[in-house]
Design a protein around this ligand. Structure first.
Ligand SMILES: N[C@@H](CCC(=O)N[C@@H](CS)C(=O)NCC(=O)O)C(=O)O
Length: 220
């Protein structure tokens, strides 16, 4: 068993596995976090076209039959934002996971906000453009969904108006779920209202090699 909060090591990576497909936003969060931490877990392709999530061995790990799933030295975890929190705490307290309790929970709330507010607003926009057959596409509801999503993102723009990153001065776990989401928004062929602080922060994320390799992929 690895001691808690050690700096990452090659051994840690060898004991770690991530199950999922690379085009899933939730898998991308985990793989991006791993790369930020210098971890290279074994990656097992399951979900979507790869299948495998209904297999008894997989269901025993993740009864939701969804991706991602993390296994770290025998410890199994699902829920992407929780996996990001776990990795950030285990490998970079004081870095990706703030040590100070208020700073930490300030980050935590934006991670929950991504799951409960941003993604429910963005998902229909994404599904409409990327996964809906032309004959089923409804341009009126699509425009409504796009407007609702932009209104939600204006909250993040406001949050970023006086700090470089979501958690404050430094990149942290708080940037990961929202960053993976905002990539999708900018990558969609829709009208993007001018949100200057959001754009400045997003442009900074696009300079990060881990964001480029794990998140900035064609949407499918
Ligand atoms: N709340 C879960 C949601 C997981 C989820 O919905 N995963 C989707 C991909 S983004 C999935 O597994 N879809 C079925 C599949 O890929 O087979 C999380 O954040 O991990």
């Amino acid at each position: 068993m690895l001691p808690a909060q050690t700096p990452h090591t090659l051994m840690a990576s060898e004991l770690m596995k991530v199950w999922g497909r690379r085009n899933s936003i939730n898998v991308q969060k985990v793989l991006w976090c791993c790369r930020e931490l210098g971890l290279s877990p074994q990656h097992i392709f399951v979900g979507g076209e790869f299948g495998g999530t209904q297999e008894p061995d997989y269901v025993a790990m993740n009864p939701n039959r969804l991706v991602p799933t993390l296994e770290d030295d025998g410890f199994v975890l699902w829920e992407s934002n929780v996996i990001v929190r776990y990795l950030a705490q285990k490998f970079k307290v004081g870095g990706l996971c703030p040590q100070d309790i208020r700073s930490r929970f300030d980050c935590e709330r934006w991670m929950d906000w991504q799951a409960t507010t941003l993604w429910p607003a963005l998902r229909p926009v994404f599904i409409g453009i990327i996964r809906t057959p032309k004959e089923e596409f409804n341009s009126r509801t699509q425009k409504e969904d796009e407007a609702k999503c932009a209104a939600v993102l204006s909250l993040l723009d406001e949050r970023l108006s006086n700090r470089p990153f979501v958690g404050g001065d430094d990149f942290s776990m708080a940037d990961i779920p929202v960053g993976a989401s905002v990539y999708r928004w900018y990558a969609l062929d829709i009208t993007h209202p001018h949100l200057p602080s959001l754009r400045r922060w997003y442009d900074a994320l696009t300079e990060r090699p881990a964001f480029q390799s794990e998140v900035m992929l064609p949407l499918s």
